[in-house]
Every structure is written in structure tokens, then in C-alpha cells.
Design a binder for this molecule. Structure first.
Ligand SMILES: NC(=O)c1ccc[n+]([C@@H]2O[C@H](COP(=O)([O-])OP(=O)(O)OC[C@H]3O[C@@H](n4cnc5c(N)ncnc54)[C@H](O)[C@@H]3O)[C@@H](O)[C@H]2O)c1
Length: 243
């Protein structure tokens, strides 16, 4: 797909990576429609519809509004999510000895349900309009199973499975589905979830010996959108951490 002039929805556009993706797409000449629970934040340069991607009514209303404003949607980048670390068992915390069910639900909702609900709404519109489009999902190296990230790892493994299923179902319609699995990116969301000592250790284990910059992850999104024979796969943007 040629990016200039395309209408591309970026879910999570007010977030750290979503705003970097939205900026990179805008620089390439795309019409970017942001969608986020939060109205602005760092995604302030793009017009952002306030909506809950995990809620069907809210997602349908947001997509209606975007189509009314921009016309047919060519691509969706699902960059919403919630990074969360919590051990499965912690006997030293009498208040919470096991992983919380509420945090499990919230993490699955923000990372997996949001991608499923909004992705299904956009895919239906693309199929009905005969659009040869693309959906880019955000996984993470956690899909391999990060210790201390039960819910997040399960959600991201779900994203990769969903990417393969949708690639098979939607490929015959000309709709491609690709996942991006970043390693540790230098964002406040990473620093909130992983302490400095653990980040230092992760950098030592990364062959490139550093965290990714948000723009480097955005580059992978551009590559996924522009590569017309790419579907059903996960692009690892992790400095070689998972080898
Ligand atoms: N930052 C990293 O190091 C890193 C690494 C690997 C993967 N990722 C993934 O990249 C994506 C973006 O991460 P980030 O660092 O920008 O996080 P972030 O917290 O800065 O941004 C996430 C955004 O998603 C929005 N959001 C959450 N639930 C939503 C919902 N139901 N509907 C609409 N919007 C919703 C939030 O409001 C927020 O603006 C996430 O899926 C994350 O798991 C991030």
C-alpha cells in the first residue's frame, strides 16, 4: 500500500508509541484518524476520536465518525494497550498473594479485546467496501512468556494468534494482517512497568545493548503497511533480545 493519501486509523494515538506511529504516518502524507480512551496527550497533532476500542457500541460510533470525516478506511494500526507487571504468586504480600483477577481482566481488555473489537468493526467495513487494506497489531516480546507478566504475555500471545487467523480469513479479500512485537522501548509506559535495575539487565541481554526508540517501532509499522506480500507474521523489533 502506498501510504500518502490513505486514511489510517491509529488506536491508542494518545499513547507513547501510538503518537510516534501517528506522527510517522502524517509525515508520509497519510490522513491519520486517532482513536483513544484519552482525548489528546502526545497524540495531540492528529485529530483523535475519544472511544473505547474494547466496547462494540463505542468502536462502531467512532468508526462511523471517522468514515464520515475521512471516507473509506484503508488501514488500522491497533496500538492501544496496557503494560502491566504482576507476579502469579507473591507470598510476601499478605494483601495480594495471587495475581489479581481485576488486573487480569483490565490487561486482557486493553490489549486483546480492544484489538478484537475494533479490528472486527474495521475489517467488516473494509470487506463491505472491497478495500484492499491492512491491519497492524501490537504484540510484544512478552508473547514468548515474560516472567512477572502473566496477563500481558497471554494477551500478546493472543494478538499473534489473532493475526494468523485474520490473515487466513481476510487474505482472500485482499486485507493483510501483520503484528509488530517490540522489545523494550524507551517510553514512560516501559519505565512505569519495569524498574531501572531490571531495565539495565535487559539492556545487557539485548545484542544491540539498548532500548528501542519509538520512531524505530513506527518504522516497522510503515514497513508492514507498505509490504504488500506480508501477512500473518510478526515482525520482531527487539534489538535481538528474543533469539
Ligand atoms: N512501550 C513499550 O516498550 C512496548 C513494548 C512492546 C509492546 N508495546 C505495546 O505497544 C502498544 C502501545 O504501548 P505504549 O507504550 O504506547 O503504551 P501507552 O500506555 O503509552 O499507550 C496506550 C494507549 O492505549 C490507550 N487505550 C488503552 N485501552 C484502550 C481502549 N480500550 N480503547 C482505546 N484506547 C485505549 C490508552 O489510553 C493509551 O493512550 C501497547 O499495545 C503495548 O503493549 C509497548
Amino acid at each position: 500500500m502506498d501510504i500518502p493519501g490513505r486514511t489510517i486509523v491509529v488506536a491508542g494515538a494518545a499513547g507513547h508509541l501510538g503518537s510516534a506511529v501517528a506522527a510517522a504516518l502524517t509525515d508520509r502524507g497519510a490522513n491519520v484518524a486517532g482513536l483513544d480512551l484519552r482525548a489528546s496527550g502526545e497524540g495531540g497533532q492528529v485529530s483523535t476520536v475519544r472511544a473505547d476500542a474494547a466496547d462494540e457500541t463505542s468502536a462502531v460510533a467512532a468508526v462511523d465518525e471517522i468514515e464520515k470525516r475521512f471516507g473509506t478506511i484503508d488501514a488500522l494500526v491497533n496500538c492501544s494497550g496496557l503494560i502491566h507487571s504482576e507476579p502469579l504468586v507473591n507470598l510476601t504480600n499478605p494483601q495480594r498473594r495471587r495475581h489479581g483477577i481485576q488486573t487480569w481482566d483490565a490487561v486482557i481488555r486493553a490489549n486483546l479485546t480492544a484489538a478484537f473489537v475494533l479490528g472486527s468493526v474495521v475489517a467488516e467495513r473494509m470487506a463491505a467496501a472491497r478495500t484492499k487494506g491492512a491491519i497492524v497489531q501490537f504484540s510484544s516480546i512478552a508473547a514468548n512468556g515474560n516472567p512477572g507478566q502473566t496477563a500481558y504475555s497471554a494477551a500478546k500471545a493472543g494478538i499473534e494468534a489473532l493475526t494468523r487467523v485474520w490473515a487466513r480469513e481476510l487474505g482472500p479479500l485482499g486485507i493483510r494482517v501483520v503484528a509488530i512485537a517490540p522489545g523494550f522501548v524507551d517510553t514512560p509506559s516501559t519505565r512505569d512497568a519495569v524498574n531501572e535495575a531490571a531495565l539495565g539487565e535487559l539492556k545487557r541481554k539485548t545484542p544491540l545493548r539498548r532500548l528501542a526508540a519509538p520512531a524505530e517501532v513506527a518504522n516497522a509499522v510503515l514497513f508492514a503497511l507498505e509490504s504488500d506480500f506480508l501477512t500473518g507474521c510478526t515482525l520482531h523489533v527487539d534489538g535481538g533480545l528474543v533469539l
